[in-house]
Ligand binder design. Structure first.
Ligand code: M6R
Length: 594
C-alpha cells in the first residue's frame, strides 16, 4: 500500500530516490520522505506529495539512501508519521510497506526497555527492534527483529556508515534493480525503469544484502540464488506519453491491449488452461474470486462460463470469502488480481490451496505474490497500469476469461467460429468507442452537475453497471451506485427524481425489453436517463435524455464496449469536477492490507 525505494551506487542518492518515488506514488501519496546516509543519517519527510518534497528538501549528501511514499494505516498523514523511521540513536533507518499486527505489544515492551517513540506508526517498532538486537552485525539484527514480528512487510534497512542496504519481504512485493556498480530496491518495477531493466524478484522470507557491486539473498539463514530477469517494457510504457492523465492513456491503450493479449494466446499450440479436469471433477466445478474491479471481471466471468461451458460457477469477493467462504477440494479456483498483491485476494488463495482447490491466478504483474502462490498463472498483457482506477487491466482480464472459456465452449461449431471472429474485431470496436469520446465528454459535463447517480444493467451487463459506478465514485467523488435493473424498484426508486440521474446500459439480448421497461418506469419518476445503447437501436431514443452510442457487438462481448464508454464517462466527469484523477483521495493502487 506504500511505496519503498533504496539506492546504493556511485550517484548522489537523493535525486535517484525522488525520481523513483514519483513513479511509486500510485501506491500511496499522503506523505513521503527520504533518508540519505554517509557517516550519519539525514532524514527529510513531510505530509506532502513527492513533487513538493523535491522542492522543499535541502540537499542531503550521500550515495546510499532509502525513500518512502505512504498510504496511512497506523496514524494520520503527518510529518512525524511519515517514513523513514529511525531508532533511538538515529543510526538505523527503515522504510516499510505492510502491517505489523503485534506492534502494540512490541511497542509497549520496547518502551519498557527504554526506547522512545516519536510516531503513531506500527513501522517504528522495526528500527527499535533492530537497535535492540544490533551487536555489530546488521544482518543478524534484522533477522532477530523479524523473528519477533507478526505481519506483512517489505522493508529496507540502512545503517549510518555501512556501505550496504538490507532488504526483507514477507507478503509485500519487492524487486532489486541491477545496474553497473549501482543497485536499486523498490516495491515495483516501474519505479526503477529509468535506471535499469534488469531485476531480481525477492521471494517471501528472503533477506537481501545489497551493495553497489553485489546482491546476496538468504532464506532461513542459507544463501539462495534468485535469477535475474529482463523487463521487456520501457519507461515510456509507464509514463503518460502526452496524455493529461495516466487513466486516459490507459483507456486509449485498450485496443492494443486486446490485440496483444489475444495474439499471444491465439498462436499458442496448447490452450492456456486445461479445463478438462474441471469437467471430470464431480465436485463443485468452478469458483472465481477477486476484489474491486477485478471482482467485477469475475462476475462477468460467471456469465461467460454459464453461457459457454454450462457448468456451475460461483463468483465471490475475496474479502468475504476469507470469513465465510468455503470451497470443496478439487474445485478449480480462478483468482483475478491486476497487481497480484491484494492482501484479501492473497489470503483467499492460501485458504483455497489449503482446501485442496486448484488455484489459477490471472494477473498483470510478472513475479507478483499471486503468481507465486498459484498452481498456474495466466498473465494478462496490459502493461504497467499506473492510474489507481483500473481500466485496461479489467479489459485484459475479460479477454483472458473469454479466451479460456471459448477454448472449451460447449456450443455448436458455427457459433464458436462466429464468436471467435467477433472477438478479433473487438480492438476496432473499442477504437470506435474511443473515437466517440467528445460526445461522451459532453454527457460527462451534464453528469458532473449532479450529486448522486445510479447505474443499471441486467444479465452480463449488471457487473458493468457495478463497474461504471465504482469508476465514477472513485475518481469524481460523486455518489454512485450500480444496480441490477430489476432491483431498482425494490428500494432505490424512493430516491428517484429530477436530481437523480440513471445511467442505463441497454443490451441487445434477452434483457433488452425489461431494460426498456425499467427506463420507462424511471422516466415516470422524472429521473434524467443517460442510456448506453448499441448502434442502430433506436428503442430508447425518445425516452432517454441523452444517449451514448456504442458499436454493435455480440451481446456476450458487450461488457467490453460498454465498460470502455463508462470509463470515459467517469474520466470526463472527474475532469470536469477538477479531481486528481490518477491519485484519488484515500485510495492506493495496490491494497496490500486486509
Ligand atoms: O490488484 P487487484 O486487481 O487485486 O486490485 C483489486 C482492487 O483493489 C482494484 O480493482 C480497485 O477496485 C481498483 N483500483 C478500482 O479501480
Amino acid at each position: 500500500m506504500c511505496g519503498i525505494v533504496g539506492y546504493i551506487g556511485d550517484k548522489q542518492a537523493q535525486p535517484v530516490l525522488l525520481d523513483c518515488l514519483s513513479l511509486l506514488e500510485y501506491r500511496g501519496y499522503d506523505s513521503c520522505g527520504i533518508a540519505v546516509s554517509s557517516r550519519s543519517i539525514e532524514v527529510y519527510k513531510d505530509a506532502i506529495r513527492v513533487a513538493a518534497l523535491k522542492k522543499a528538501a535541502p540537499k542531503l549528501s550521500g550515495k546510499i539512501g532509502i525513500g518512502h511514499t505512504r498510504w496511512a494505516t497506523h496514524g494520520a498523514p503527518s510529518q512525524l508519521n511519515a517514513h523513514p523511521h529511525l531508532d533511538c540513536t538515529g543510526r538505523i533507518a527503515v522504510v516499510h510497506n505492510g502491517i505489523i499486527n503485534n506492534y502494540q505489544q512490541l511497542r509497549e515492551q520496547l518502551i519498557g526497555e527504554g526506547h522512545s517513540f516519536t510516531s503513531e506508526t506500527d513501522t517504528e517498532v522495526i528500527p527499535h527492534l533492530i537497535e535492540k538486537h544490533y551487536q555489530g552485525d546488521i544482518i543478524k539484527a534484522v533477522e532477530a527483529a523479524l523473528a519477533e514480528i507478526d505481519g506483512s512487510y517489505a522493508i529496507i534497512v540502512m545503517v549510518a556508515g555501512e556501505p550496504r542496504l538490507v532488504a526483507a519481504r514477507k507478503d509485500s512485493p519487492m524487486v532489486i534493480g541491477i545496474g553497473d556498480r549501482e543497485k536499486f530496491i523498490a516495491s515495483d518495477v516501474p519505479a526503477i525503469l529509468n535506471f535499469t531493466n534488469r531485476v531480481i524478484y525477492l521471494e517471501d522470507g528472503d533477506i537481501g544484502v545489497i551493495t553497489a557491486d553485489s546482491v546476496k539473498v538468504k532464506q532461513h539463514q542459507a544463501e539462495v540464488t534468485r535469477t535475474e530477469n529482463k523487463i521487456s517494457w520501457t519507461i515510456e510504457d509507464a509514463q503518460k506519453s502526452g496524455y493529461e492523465h495516466f487513466m486516459l492513456k490507459e483507456i486509449h491503450e485498450q485496443p492494443r491491449v486486446i490485440r496483444d493479449t489475444l495474439a499471444g494466446w491465439m498462436s499458442a499450440p496448447e490452450p492456456i488452461l486445461d479445463l478438462e479436469a474441471v469437467r471430470d471433477n464431480g465436485a463443485e466445478a468452478m469458483l472465481m474470486l477477486a476484489c474491486g474491479t477485478s471482482y467485477h471481471a469475475a462476475l462477468v466471468g460467471k456469465y461467460i462460463v454459464q453461457e459457454l461451458l454450462k457448468i456451475p460457477v460461483r463468483a465471490e469477493l475475496a474479502s468475504e470469502f476469507n470469513y465465510y467462504g468455503q470451497a470443496l477440494a478439487g474445485t478449480m479456483a480462478i483468482v483475478l488480481t491486476q497487481s497480484g498483491e491484494t492482501a484479501d485476494t492473497l489470503r483467499a488463495m492460501k485458504r483455497l490451496k489449503e482446501a485442496g482447490c486448484r488455484v489459477v491466478a490471472i494477473t498483470n504483474v510478472v513475479g507478483s505474490t499471486a503468481s507465486r502462490i498459484a498452481d498456474q498463472t495466466i498473465y494478462t498483457r496490459a502493461g504497467p497500469e499506473i492510474s489507481v482506477a483500473a481500466t485496461k487491466s479489467f479489459i485484459a482480464q475479460l479477454m483472458a476469461l473469454y479466451w479460456i472459456m471459448l477454448s472449451y465452449a460447449k456450443i455448436d461449431a458455427s457459433r464458436l467460429s462466429s464468436l471467435t471472429a467477433e472477438l478479433r474485431q473487438l480492438p476496432s470496436k473499442v477504437q470506435e468507442v474511443l473515437d466517440n469520446q467528445d460526445r461522451i465528454a459532453e454527457c460527462a459535463k451534464y453528469l458532473a452537475g449532479f450529486k448522486d447517480v445510479f447505474f443499471m444493467g441486467r444479465g452480463i451487463n449488471y457487473p458493468v453497471a457495478l463497474e461504471g459506478a465504482l469508476k465514477l465514485k472513485e475518481i469524481s467523488y460523486l455518489h454512485a451506485e450500480g444496480y441490477a435493473a430489476g432491483e431498482l424498484k425494490h428500494g432505490p426508486f424512493a430516491l428517484l427524481g429530477s436530481k437523480t440521474p440513471v445511467v442505463a446500459i441497454v443490451a441487445q439480448d434477452n434483457t433488452h425489453e425489461p431494460i426498456v421497461t425499467s427506463i420507462k418506469e424511471i422516466k415516470a419518476r422524472h429521473s434524467p436517463v443517460l442510456a448506453v445503447v448499441p448502434e442502430g437501436d433506436d428503442s430508447v431514443e425518445e425516452l432517454a435524455d441523452s444517449v451514448i452510442v456504442v458499436p454493435q457487438v455480440e451481446p456476450l462481448f458487450s461488457p467490453v464496449v460498454n465498460t470502455v464508454a463508462l470509463q470515459l464517462l467517469a474520466y470526463y466527469t472527474a475532469l470536469q469536477r477538477g479531481c486528481p484523477i490518477d491519485f484519488p483521495r484515500n485510495l492506493a493502487k495496490s491494497v496490500t492490507v486486509e
